[in-house]
Design a protein around this ligand. Structure first.
Ligand SMILES: Cc1cc2nc3c(=O)[nH]c(=O)nc-3n(C[C@H](O)[C@H](O)[C@H](O)COP(=O)(O)O)c2cc1C
Length: 186
């Protein structure tokens, strides 16, 4: 079962209109919190931006403006289209959240916290997949734009990603290199 879930989970960025309930979000966040974490720091923090909420709209606009200002090789139409698409994707996602890792007292613990939080996100992805929900993990535009003060993320938290969440409207293809290509047996 777990192996099957691991293999069939995909990064999903196209969703149906079906809402994701707060109960389902709590279920997948709770699964995230069972991730391994050294020293029991429980270093993950989740900030959920309600669909149609004021904060979601503000974040969508910030990401829009960041995209407009930063897109590479801009021509005017591409800038406008990309900025609008980035904004739309945030507004339209049935659920949307940011995930952060707490800074530790030193570099070693900060690194452990980041790793633990990445494990937490994988737990969340697999838990979501197990109840038919897809998630798109992004460290792109929504994380590069400065949304921290708007959403109440502390300045020293490390960004682990933004998660677009909903019922999949697509089934992306994926493949992986064979085990023997990535493993050395000594
Ligand atoms: C740390 C991290 C950051 C990612 N950032 C992005 C992103 O910014 N944009 C995007 O489209 N996908 C992003 N992804 C999703 C990957 O592109 C995706 O996992 C990869 O294509 C493999 O597809 P699969 O997850 O369906 O197996 C990210 C994944 C991880 C783990």
């Amino acid at each position: 079962m777990v192996l099957e879930a691991i293999r069939t989970r995909r990064n999903v960025r196209e969703f149906t209109d079906k809402p994701v309930t707060v109960d389902d979000l709590k279920t997948i966040i709770e699964a995230a919190t069972w991730a391994p974490n050294h020293r029991h720091t429980e270093p993950w923090r989740f900030i959920v931006l309600a669909k149609d909420g004021e904060l979601r709209k503000q974040v969508a606009q910030i990401v829009h403006d960041w995209t407009y200002d930063n897109i590479k090789n801009p021509n005017q139409k591409r800038r406008i289209d990309s900025s609008e698409a980035a904004k739309r994707e945030i507004l339209d996602a049935p659920a949307f959240m940011y995930v952060y890792a707490l800074e530790g007292p030193n570099e070693e613990v900060t690194r452990e916290n980041y790793a633990a939080t990445a494990c937490a996100v994988q737990n969340l992805l697999l838990a979501a997949h197990s109840i038919g929900i897809g998630v798109g993990w992004s460290t792109g535009k929504p994380c590069l734009a400065d949304v921290r003060s708007t959403i109440g993320a502390e300045p020293d938290w490390q960004t682990v990603g933004a998660l677009y969440i909903g019922y999949p409207a697509e089934k992306p293809e994926a493949k992986r290199a064979p085990v023997d290509d990535v493993t050395t047996w000594r």
